[in-house]
Design a binder for this molecule. Structure first.
Ligand SMILES: [Ca+2]
Length: 485
């Protein structure tokens, strides 16, 4: 189990395809004797896995059965964990939607790619199409690529998924509560009524296929089912080649909706029913992978873009044992569930307490597929292959630090068990996350040397990304460039 570890010439380190060619050459030319046992070829399931990346919106650390939810039954997602790996210390790279998604797609902290926390429909700023996304990277290795669901990185033709490496797109390109009719609020009282009365019609959300609007307003009661149908159709159509499916559910971001056959008018059941419906849809996709005999060579990842939206009360999720939720740099804002299954590489039933993040997916996939990361687009994420198998690897973030970015600045850093939270406003706070994951005992006074070291690391990271920041896409500049021909 695991990636082959052996001495091979540097020229062959880059590409598994070239590596396989090299192995064949050695075998065919008789260079491999008893002293030099045959080098195993890299199986396609290892070097070109299918990737199914399921990204939920505002789902909290405590919302799944396998993370101890006493309320939500999630047997399918729990099975992904028991057949693969569950991270206990996994982080989204930002505490709200757009910047979190931009970081996932590019492997960079938000400040490096100049992405605002949240953008609105018709935003004049978006993720720059010059950035290399996971879809760009995998497409360069021959993958079929599809984005289904919430994009939230731009909704103009120049910035939608089809301009960012995806062959196709189907979804609402921003949050499902945006474009709400004026008479309606977004607090728990309004959300109670919206749930009871099934009022998806009070939103003017647009459903896109590629760059065209195909439904407005969107019937959100059937949205998750339709996303799932689309995901299954994509997998079926690409069963003979490597594929990357990015499936970003609109929910459990509010407003919550489920199909008629799952509906209960009690709004206190809304969140549970929504999570359980998502779990059921994940099960349908798992069943498809099994049916097509693709499960072994498919890396399925299930995680969330940020913590629960606690101000929505019973319409929001739970951070479990963690402090606070969405919109904060306490653990509840950014530490999220992450389970993954990839039978060719990940042992069953593994639990990892190593620090990992959504920014690590791009560099890890680059290492797996042999795609090169362009020198002029450095990333902040790291190759975490060593955390996936049973080789006992430690987090690359333990030394470099994992940074909790907000408003273009690191507002906290985690190094090993230590976390320093030092926002622009407020006093520094230091926590030992191994002993105190709920951030209840501030150790600033007891550990002044650690505080100073972590402060210096935050300052250095801030300066580095200030210097290296790349520009976002701007509507006005794009228009000028188009007019100039
Ligand atoms: Ca979110």
């Amino acid at each position: 189990m695991g990636f082959p570890a052996m001495t091979i010439p540097p020229a062959f380190l880059v590409s598994p395809v070239r590596f396989v060619t090299f192995s064949c050459f050695l075998i065919l030319s008789g260079l491999v004797g008893q002293e030099n046992p045959p080098i195993p070829a890299v199986e396609p399931e290892i070097s070109q896995p299918n990737v199914v990346l399921i990204f939920c919106d505002d789902m909290g650390y405590g919302d799944l059965g396998c993370y101890g939810s006493p309320r939500n039954a999630t047997p399918n997602i729990d099975r992904l964990a028991s057949e693969g790996l569950r991270f206990t210390d996994f982080y989204s790279a930002y505490c709200v939607c757009s910047a979190s998604r931009a970081s996932l797609m590019t492997g960079c902290y938000q400040a490096r790619i100049s992405m605002p926390g949240v953008i609105s429909p018709g935003s004049r700023v978006a993720l720059n199409p010059d950035e290399i996304t996971i879809a760009d990277l995998l497409k360069s290795k021959g993958y079929a690529t599809a984005c289904i669901g919430k994009w939230h990185l731009g909704d103009s033709p120049q910035t939608l998924p089809t301009a960012q490496g995806f062959d196709s797109y189907f979804g609402i390109p921003y949050s499902n509560d945006m474009k709400r009719k004026r008479a309606w609020g977004n607090d728990a009282t309004n959300l109670d009524r919206i749930w009871r009365e099934r009022r998806w019609d009070i939103y003017e959300n647009e459903l896109y296929r590629d760059t065209k609007v195909v439904e407005s307003p969107v019937d959100q009661t059937t949205l998750t089912v339709r996303y799932t149908d689309e995901a299954i159709a994509f997998i079926e159509a690409n069963r003979e080649r490597s594929f990357f499916l990015y499936w970003a559910n609109a929910m459990p971001h509010v407003p919550l909706f489920v199909p008629d056959d799952r509906f209960d008018p009690n709004p206190h059941e809304a969140y549970r029913l929504t999570i359980e419906h998502i779990d059921d849809c994940v099960g349908r996709v798992m069943e498809t992978l099994d049916r097509l005999d693709l499960a072994k060579g498919t890396w399925v990842i299930f995680t969330s873009d940020n913590g629960p939206w606690l101000s929505k009360k019973h319409h929001g999720g739970s951070a479990g044992i963690l402090r606070e939720g969405k919109g904060t740099v306490y653990e509840g804002g950014m530490r999220v569930p992450c389970v993954m299954r990839w039978p060719s590489h990940i042992p069953t039933g593994k639990v990892s307490d190593q620090v990992a993040s959504t920014i690590d997916f791009l560099p890890t996939l680059a290492a797996i597929t042999g795609a090169e990361i362009s020198e002029d687009r450095p990333v902040d994420g790291r190759d975490i292959r060593a955390l996936l198998d049973d080789s006992g690897g430690v987090s690359p973030h333990d030394e470099e630090g994992f940074y909790y970015y907000r408003f273009n600045k690191p507002q906290a850093v985690r190094v090993g068990k230590w976390k320093l939270k030092h926002e622009v406003v407020g006093k520094p706070e230091l926590y030992d996350l191994r002993a105190d994951p709920g951030e209840t005992r501030d150790l600033v006074k007891e550990q002044p040397k650690i505080v100073e070291r972590l402060k210096a690391m935050m300052k250095a990271k801030e300066e580095q990304l200030k210097t290296e920041a790349r520009p976002p896409w701007k509507a006005r500049e794009a228009k000028k460039a188009a007019e100039a021909g």
